[in-house]
Design a protein around this ligand. Structure first.
Ligand code: C2O
Ligand code: CU
Ligand code: CU
Length: 503
């Protein structure tokens, strides 16, 4: 494997005297460190085929990771020490999962973005007891895209995901494999699970402390990519496809390259786009995914960074929340890219990617309204469900998540418009289970090109109203609910979640 990194060159590029975007000081200490690590690539797990089904075994287990030099970090992994293997399916596959819980606590495992029966969805009611197992079966019934799986334990998702209970899912289909897109996993098709973490001096993760961590969601001061600190990747082809997953609990990234180079966005969340969109930067909220193709044929080293969120960004915090996380206003390093001197030439990008039929508003039989709010209590707050530690509450339509209440009943076969209004001072990434939607508009304005595909998570900025349209086609089940929630995990865990059944 490639271990040699030209360190001087790397430090020069990190020093950002470079042309292009001018970056202020990097906020994160490890970026000035001389130590770089080869980007870890999660193992690709191919199911074993038996009786027409692909069988997968996933074991959630505790482990000890070495993220920081000389220190060990107790962590959770699936079939490993931190995070889990990448699962790659094809549209039409029949999948049989065996999920073993070898943790010292209950968990659940949710397939984020997959259109599967509620019983197989891994929501908070589908508890896997400690030492127990769960065997959901489902068919892949959706187009190519990038998805993920993660713990969905009630009131406890944030801490389990933080410790590592997450992994990537790739779906291919006949159309996507004909496009000549980079698709050699680990070579020119590279997963990037981006997470911010913070550590105690003994190396252990430092999860939620008091007040602020819950209110804004937990922000870390150290970036891990696929569990790698200060990662470097060496492209060997002229074009590389990166599958970006914002696997952070709360932080939104504004991805860009430090030399200002443009990249092609080819997919977002649940599908490829109809046509690639050329971008210079891309904001991804927690749980959002993007597939980008980057050209390295100039041979120059470059860094993937996160730029400061523009203060006039429609997703920037408002009012008293504006300055709560200064690191949102600074640039920081994510991944260093050091091309090989000889690059294998990749195919050109196809003009048309996915064929997507835009759903029409007139197809919807009804609409539902959801208001996200986080009223700030004045006192010390009570803790517990629906209450943050500063007394703030995290509500949808005035209610906190109650596992015994089904909030919405949806008729199977119907198409609905959901209208999400954010009545708070910070952005919430709204996510729904059961499948994918199309964004109709945000404050009446049509979505940008990067939001024109199938989505399952959408940023709703302070004061904004986002409308999306979605079909609820399959899997009638009055007993088992699907979830909708904010994907800032500390908000979800403290009540900003609701349940629906499709019947
Ligand atoms: Cu990514 Cu309800 O989850
Ligand atoms: Cu989900
Ligand atoms: Cu939120």
């Amino acid at each position: 494997m490639i271990r040699t990194v030209n360190r001087r060159k790397f430090l020069e590029t990190i020093g950002i005297g470079s042309a292009g975007l001018l970056l202020p000081d990097f906020a994160f200490s490890q970026t000035s460190a001389s130590r770089v690590n080869e980007l870890k690539i999660p193992e690709l797990l191919n199911g074993s085929s038996r009786n027409g089904r692909l069988h997968y075994t996933l074991t959630a287990q505790t482990g000890v990771s070495n993220f920081l030099p000389g220190l060990s970090t107790p962590s959770i992994g699936i079939n490993g020490r931190f995070l889990g293997p990448t699962l790659r399916f094809k549209n039409g596959d029949d999948v049989a999962m065996h999920v073993q819980n070898s943790l010292e606590e209950e968990t659940t495992l949710h397939w984020h973005g997959l259109h599967v029966p509620a019983k197989a969805d891994g929501g908070p009611a589908l508890i896997i007891a400690k030492g127990g197992s769960w065997d959901p079966e489902f068919k892949i019934m959706q187009p190519a895209g990038t998805f993920w799986y993660h713990s969905h334990r009630l009131n406890n998702t944030g801490q389990q995901v933080y410790r590592g209970l997450a992994g990537l899912i790739i779906i291919d289909d006949d159309e996507s494999s004909q496009l000549g897109l980079p698709s050699d996993y680990g070579v020119d098709d590279i997963p990037l699970i981006v997470q911010d973490r913070r550590f105690n001096t003994d190396g252990s993760f430092r999860y939620v402390g008091m007040g602020m961590d819950t209110m804004t969601g937990l922000f870390g001061d150290t970036i891990l990519v696929n569990g790698t600190l200060s990662p470097v990747f060496v492209p060997t082809t002229s074009k590389v496809r990166f599958r970006l997953l914002n696997g952070s609990n709360a932080r939104t990234y504004n991805f860009a390259f430090d030399d200002g180079r443009k990249f092609q966005l080819i997919g977002a969340d649940g599908s490829l786009l109809q046509q690639a969109a050329e971008l210079q930067s891309l904001e991804l909220a927690p749980a959002e995914r993007a597939e980008i193709v980057v050209d390295f044929s100039d041979g120059s080293p470059v860094n993937l960074v996160s730029l400061p969120m523009a203060s006039n960004s429609e997703f920037a915090p408002q009012g008293m929340m504006r300055n709560m996380h200064p690191m949102n206003t600074e640039a920081f390093h994510i991944l260093s890219l050091q091309s090989q001197s000889y690059l294998k030439t990749s195919e050109g990008l196809a003009r048309n990617l996915a064929s997507i039929r835009r759903m029409q508003e007139s197809e919807a039989s009804r609409s539902r309204q959801f208001t996200l709010s986080m009223p700030m209590g004045m006192g010390m707050g009570g803790g517990g469900r629906g209450r943050g530690m500063m007394g703030g509450e995290f509500l949808i339509n005035g209610k906190a998540m109650d596992i015994n209440i089904v909030n919405e009943r949806i008729s199977i076969g119907s198409t609905e418009i959901w209208e999400i209004t954010n009545d708070s001072m910070m952005m919430h990434p709204f996510h729904i289970h059961h499948g994918q939607f199309q964004i109709l508009d945000r404050d009446g304005k049509p979505p940008k090109p990067q939001e024109m595909g199938f989505k399952d998570t959408v940023k709703v900025g302070p004061g904004q109203t986002v409308r999306f349209i979605m079909k609820f086609e399959d899997f009638s089940d009055a007993e088992t609910a699907y979830m909708y929630h904010c994907h800032i995990l500390e908000h979800e865990d403290n009540g900003m979640m609701g349940q629906f059944v499709v019947v």
